[in-house]
Ligand binder design. Structure first.
Ligand code: DX5
Ligand code: ZN
Length: 226
């Protein structure tokens, strides 16, 4: 089985917005691979965050790919807007996509990577029929809506089942974990088959700063991928 490289994706949600350019530059220098941008509408999740203008500002600040996580109802209405803002990948939530194959095909037809996200209450088996249309599966490891929550400890078992389904389908789809990811929780996710690691608090609230946060996360999962 081909082993994917572990990818670190700082979630900008917890960055200091007054010093966003510096925060992005420090992440890049410390070896971040992508940036993760959380878009929240106050309907699908009980919080409001970021928008296309913010994505566009990040696009001007870095050449690294931007991963847009849409936690919004009716995501179809906004796919083009986020593509134009500079997204390289867009993930939509399975729970709010009645025509999910259509939505994912639209994302891919715009030349972007497509992701399907599932909240903690959604079983991985529910998305097995769309795996052919996605580049990544986002297994939420907290309830979507806020940074800084505790990791749901049963998540690695979900990741393991997801990796099994992906392997059984003969695919090499990425598995992304998002929520409560830090140097303590990431290794079990890596061992279970995740290769994309999103972190907000563990990077931007690290007591020794952004670089230390990224390094700690990297080294915790290097051990797993050897
Ligand atoms: C939560 C978001 C996450 C969040 C992660 O709904 O999808 O990307 O920013 O924050 P931490 O890493 O602090 O749990
Ligand atoms: Zn996210």
């Amino acid at each position: 089985m081909m082993v994917n490289k572990n990818v670190i994706m700082p979630s900008i949600l917890s960055a200091d917005f007054l010093n966003l350019g510096d925060a992005i530059a420090e992440c890049v220098a410390a070896g971040a691979d992508w940036f993760h941008l959380d878009i929240m509408d106050g309907h699908f999740v009980p919080n409001i965050a970021l928008g296309p203008g913010f994505v566009e500002a990040c696009r001007r600040a870095t050449d690294l790919p931007l991963d847009v996580h849409l936690m919004i109802e009716n995501p179809d209405r906004f796919l083009e807007v986020f593509a134009s803002a500079g997204a390289n990948s867009i993930s939509v939530h399975y729970e709010v996509c009645p025509q999910v194959r259509n939505t994912l095909s639209t994302i891919r037809n715009m030349g972007l990577n497509a992701g399907i996200a599932i909240s903690p209450g959604t079983a991985v088996d529910e998305i097995k029929d769309v795996l052919d249309l996605v580049d990544l599966v986002l297994v939420m490891t907290v309830q979507p809506g806020f940074a800084g929550q505790g990791f749901i400890e049963t998540s690695p078992e979900k990741v393991r089942r997801m990796r099994h389904l992906i392997n059984a389908a003969g695919l090499n789809t990425h598995i992304q974990v998002d929520g409560g990811i830090n140097s303590k929780t990431a290794p079990a996710c890596a061992e279970a088959g995740a290769d994309y690691f999103v972190a907000a608090s563990a990077i931007f609230q690290h007591p020794n700063g952004i670089t230390a946060g990224i390094r700690a996360l990297q080294s915790s999962i290097e051990l797993e991928s050897r």
